[in-house]
Design a protein around this ligand. Structure first.
Ligand code: NOJ
Ligand code: CA
Length: 546
């Protein structure tokens, strides 16, 4: 049908046909969609996690509401609108359980309660309700490999060799065990992996700090009790779990990573999850070369697994100019992962230093790392403060990882909106520059970059679930790739040269339409079956092909 101009009178008369009118411009082949409607379609139903932007929250450092200098659940609830405004769809909460805090809460003293530092179960329920009311999902950290030595289970287990929980942990008469040593005499932090318990006069095994004894999954009661922990939180309405060091559950004589018994347990956990609606779980993989094994068949283990080969190592390719090294981890993952797999993509976390450091303080590097995270296949996981380029701190309260666990900076002035009291750990560097209030007001800030990029990504199926194609650019410093699904294709261009602009020809690009720049700077023109791309120094661009 031809488009015609109608006068208001004709419109009111419900008739505006004019067959003599000149022909209108040809129709756009791929018309624009209602992106808000698309976003709610994509974020509804079992596949929501493919399209969501996740955000890892360190509750302790997010927002204090009672002046004790410690962030709390009420504080997080009060910040949901800020997260919504950024474009966040789902939260991953670092452990919020009662804890002696020898490993920042990864040492859990009670799986079914909330640390008094953070609030109460009622506060947690209120957080879930407030998040869900805004369309934000909430995932909790399920730490099943070990408990705290202050957990009631361990207190009972250590009390004698004959108590009902005597076999719930991994005990030995000697500081080693030929059947359970996992081929290591040391824990993750380089200390002895076995600790003498004077009451029981036996040694217990710990993969992490001595205050984190490993549970014995060869005892069926432990399997049942831990699956009940998952049910407890699913019943409370959580949308899923981030599963801490899940590969290490079962001990054996040699290497203990992801052995068959652990895989069988993961399938049981998944079966529990699948009795609830639209829940999802993500694995903390211990394999830096890829996480394909964590998906099982693609339907019986994890929905997502962290791809650390890009996530933690992106600083290396960005130190050079070779575009292929940025693409490599994604191509490798796609080649190895089973159908249905969805890698989780971080560029930082509570376990590594801030992106600011990985980027060697070069802004264009952390921005491009985030650009790749948001446009390559997978689900992005933002670590709180990355959207502000939060700087590292220097104070150590627990261990060296505290550099990336400093308080969120919300506004200018005393306490930076985080607390009215003394923060539990000192703020990171440059807080006057890297707070939300200052960055919101600056169109060139990291925050403005994130907000715009997430807005462009929103409601576009190709980014969450589309196919990836790396196009053959004739300039090795320019990465050109497409993401497409159904009737939409997006072309991304990334410049690895930080000094100069580049123009490159992409032979055989075969783009199905002309390019419209949606984000960043650059040009893309079709030249027959080829395309020509121009990108500024350290540039980024997203084009929609129409
Ligand atoms: C992985 C967590 O990310 C890390 O912070 C913790 O120390 C270990 N697991 C032990 O739970
Ligand atoms: Ca508090």
């Amino acid at each position: 049908m031809r488009l015609v101009a109608c006068s208001l009178a004709l419109l009111l008369a419900a008739s505006c046909k004019n067959d003599n009118a000149p022909a209108a411009a040809p129709e756009v082949r791929y018309p624009e969609k209602d992106r808000a409607a698309e976003a709610s379609r994509l974020l509804t139903g079992a596949d929501w996690y493919r399209h969501a932007v996740f955000y890892e929250v360190n509750i302790r450092s997010f927002q204090d509401t009672n002046g004790d200098g410690i962030g709390d659940l009420k504080g997080l609830t009060s910040r949901l609108d800020d997260l919504k405004a950024l474009g966040v769809d789902a939260l991953w909460l670092m452990p919020m359980y009662p804890t002696p805090f020898v490993d920042s809460g990864y040492d859990i003293a009670d799986y079914q309660d909330i640390s008094p530092d953070y609030g109460t179960l009622a506060d947690f329920d209120a957080l879930i309700a407030a998040a869900h009311a805004r369309g934000i999902r909430v995932m909790t950290d399920l730490v099943l490999n070990h408990t705290s030595d202050q957990h009631a289970w361990f207190k009972e287990s250590r009390s004698s060799k004959t108590n009902p929980k005597a076999d719930w942990y991994v005990w030995s008469d000697t500081p080693s065990d030929p059947n359970n040593g996992c081929g290591t005499a040391n824990d993750t932090f380089g200390k002895d992996a076995w600790k003498l318990d004077p009451t029981r006069n036996q040694y217990y095994f710990h993969r992490f700090y001595a205050g984190q004894p490993d549970l014995n999954y060869r005892n069926p009661e432990v399997v049942k009790a831990t699956l009940d922990v998952a049910r407890f939180w699913l019943d409370r309405g959580v949308d899923g779990f981030r599963c801490d060091v899940i590969a290490l559950l079962y001990e054996s004589a040699t290497k203990c990573d992801f052995i068959p018994e652990t895989q069988a347990y993961i399938k049981q956990l998944r079966a529990v999850l699948d009795t609830y609606k639209d829940r999802t779980m993500v694995a903390e993989s211990t394999d830096y070369s890829g996480s394909s094994a964590y998906y099982g068949s693609g339907k019986d283990m994890f929905h997502m697994a962290f791809n650390f080969s890009y996530g933690y190592l992106w600083g290396l390719p960005f130190a050079g100019t070779l575009a292929a090294s940025v693409a490599k981890p994604f191509e490798q993952a796609l080649a190895k992962n089973p159908a249905g797999a969805q890698d989780a993509l971080p560029i930082g976390s509570h376990d590594v230093n801030r992106a600011f450091v990985a980027a060697r303080e070069i802004e264009s590097r952390w921005l491009r790392a985030a650009f790749v995270q948001m446009t390559m296949p997978g689900t992005p996981y933002i670590y709180y403060g990355e959207e502000l380029a939060l700087r590292p701190g220097t104070q150590v309260v627990v261990d060296g990882r505290d550099v990336a666990r400093t308080p969120m900076l919300w506004s200018k002035g005393a306490g930076f909106g985080f607390t009215t009291g003394k923060p539990w750990i000192a703020f990171g560097a440059d807080p006057e520059k890297t707070n939300l209030e200052a960055e919101k007001a600056d169109p060139k800030s990291t925050y403005s970059f994130y907000r715009k990029l997430l807005a462009v990504r929103r409601g576009r199926e190709a980014f969450g679930a589309g196919a990836l194609k790396i196009l053959p650019a004739d300039d090795s410093s320019v990465l050109v790739y497409t993401r497409s699904s159904n009737d939409e294709t997006y072309v991304m261009a990334l410049g690895m040269d930080e000094e100069d602009a580049h123009t490159t020809t992409v032979a055989g690009a075969n783009l199905p339409g002309d390019a419209q720049l949606l984000f960043g700077e650059g040009t893309l023109t079709r030249e027959g079956t080829s395309a020509k791309v121009t990108i500024p120094a350290a540039g980024m661009a997203i084009f929609r092909v129409r």
